[in-house]
Design a protein around this ligand. Sequence first.
Ligand SMILES: O=c1[nH]c(=O)c2[nH]c(=O)[nH]c2[nH]1
Length: 309
Amino acid sequence: MVHLAVAKYGKAAVRVSRIVRHPDGKHDFVEYIVRCLVEGDVARAWTHSDNAPIVATDSIKNTVNIFAKTSPHVLQPESFALHLGLHFVTKYAHLSRCSVDIVQLKWSRIQVNGQPHKHSFVRDGDEKRTVSVVIDATKGKNALTATCQGGITGLLCLKTTESAFEGYVFDEYTTLKPVDDRIFSTAVDCTYTIPISPSALSISALPKLGIDFDKIYKSVVDTTLEIFATHNSASVQATLYNMCEKVLNDNKEVSDIKYELPNKHYIAPDLSFFKLKNTDPKDAEVFTPVDAPSGHIIGLVTREPKAKL
Ligand SMILES: O=c1[nH]c(=O)c2[nH]c(=O)[nH]c2[nH]1
């Protein structure tokens, strides 16, 4: 006997953008890449070639576009994802879970003579804002739960000093020399969890959520860059932990935060053949950026479980 353990489907890579025009001529603009997957009483499409329960992925794509036009939450990616997810589990009796992932591309308002332009934007960074929402109705349509994660991906950073790596295991496998001064470069990938109260889980309750997702996102980006720049780093591990600690201390709405930080190596070539000193950290000025391999450091920091009284 075999058993269909997971049956989940939807549309991925739905590219959508939206202008919101204000009466004073100011425009807002967002661009998203959306993945929307549903689960529920759909297994017979897999096991019995019966499409009766299938909301076509084409209809799911249409729903994303319709919501981009009609949702009051379209400019705010976490709320937009919650709205879409709530729609699928409330509209279709047989769907019990909806996962919505959004990647937001960066369009920042252009400043002209120090003033924000009304309708012109610039891609001023390759980093992306990410949102992952799951709306779960497996315990009933009146007992919805949600998980909501925000994040950043692809935020490239580099510092030229105040990074060291010393005191690690030294054995017969070790060739790396300890350094008290090196380049530290990474591409930040971070996700953080914002718990959503079940009582806020209906489409009509969404506007009253009272969570400033954009403020939290800004705080995470600012803290990531501030700690990266100012922490006198003993290792990628230690810098990562400092970032997590500050985000959790500054944002009471965030319950945990995870970073994945590649250590993008820059190696100082030996130029002694050319009578040039370049290998000691104090002399190293020329570096070869190394595409692969890179170190890869992961840390998830949660809040201490509350002591039981
Ligand atoms: O910050 C670092 N952490 C490591 O675990 C490690 N390992 C290594 O070779 N270089 C580094 N750097």
